[in-house]
Design a protein around this ligand. Structure first.
Ligand SMILES: C[S@@+](CC[C@H](N)C(=O)[O-])C[C@H]1O[C@@H](n2cnc3c(N)ncnc32)[C@H](O)[C@@H]1O
Length: 266
């Protein structure tokens, strides 16, 4: 039976209701903690390209859900991660998005938990917003850590669909630098999320690192990108977000999927 579940609720409460080893993989894009702090104000990320093109002005990501003290961020991240380790089956893939602000911390927590790190992927956004402070390079990458839910020594048989990714890459071995533009407008027609990921990035992760009918968990699904791509490619999903507006966007996106127009890479 298909398991397609989109839950409006808090990550820790909802994860605590899931059984041990009950999902195959976790692919998620948690808060990066780039909102809030004074010392981060000048280097925040721009929120929308429309704002930039119309105002040539700085309008950075400033969301309550993305604002923690460093200590609280560490506590929160370790809590949801340990729930993910519990509910993902042994050797399932755990794939986490981040930026330079948080990715080293997340990598460190995974290593502290003795998880096998398989790859890190750099997503290059060739159309990233300019940096107006002129105090640093223009930030145009995000980072994705891919780990296996097992120890360094014991991890084995993780899902990696080498041939599928090679076909997606025009017959050449897929590398870990992905040149994919920021989320296109057509994927935002059901509503805006400030950090919505492009379907193309999720398509590579889901087709490359999961199999049909497996269950993918995304405890921070936002506007639903993981669920949408999972559904398009015959994967099941359990996805969570504690923002009603984002869940509504996700539902609209899921209801408008047209599987007939999908490219096949199998
Ligand atoms: C970086 S965004 C995910 C964006 C998503 N990848 C997309 O493509 O739309 C992180 C999400 O985590 C959600 N979130 C933050 N704290 C949460 C919590 N305690 N429980 C559940 N969701 C939470 C936010 O509402 C936000 O949508």
């Amino acid at each position: 039976m298909k398991k397609e579940v989109l839950i409006f609720g808090d990550v820790l409460t909802e994860l605590s209701k899931l059984d041990d080893n009950s999902v195959d993989h976790c692919i998620t894009d948690p808060p990066y903690n780039i909102s809030g702090y004074d010392n981060k104000k000048e280097i925040g990320w721009l929120k929308t390209d429309t704002h930039w093109s119309s105002n040539k002005n700085f309008n950075k990501i400033e969301e309550k859900w993305d604002s923690f003290s460093d200590k609280d961020y560490e506590k929160f991240t370790k809590k949801w991660l340990s729930e993910v380790f519990r509910v993902v089956k042994p050797n399932g893939n755990i794939i986490i998005f981040g930026s330079y602000h948080n990715i080293y911390k997340i990598g460190n927590y995974l290593q502290e938990a003795d998880k096998k790190l398989i790859n890190s992927i750099v997503w290059f956004k060739r159309n990233a917003f300019p940096n107006i402070t002129q105090r640093m390079l223009c930030e145009s990458t995000e980072h994705i850590i891919w780990a296996s839910n097992n120890s360094q020594k014991k991890a084995k048989n993780w899902i990696f669909n080498y041939g599928v990714l090679k076909r997606m890459n025009g017959g050449k071995q897929m590398r870990n630098l992905w040149d994919i533009p920021m989320t296109p407008t057509k994927e935002r027609k059901h509503g805006k999320h400030p950090s919505q990921k492009p379907e193309e990035v999720l398509q590579r992760l889901i087709l490359g690192c999961t199999n049909e009918n497996e269950v993918i968990l995304d405890p921070f699904v936002g506007s639903g990108t993981t669920a949408v791509v999972a559904k398009k490619y015959g994967r099941d999903y359990i996805c969570i977000d504690n923002n009603k507006d984002y869940i509504e966007i996700a539902n609209k996106r899921l209801n408008s999927i047209n599987t007939g127009s999908l490219k096949k890479f199998m």
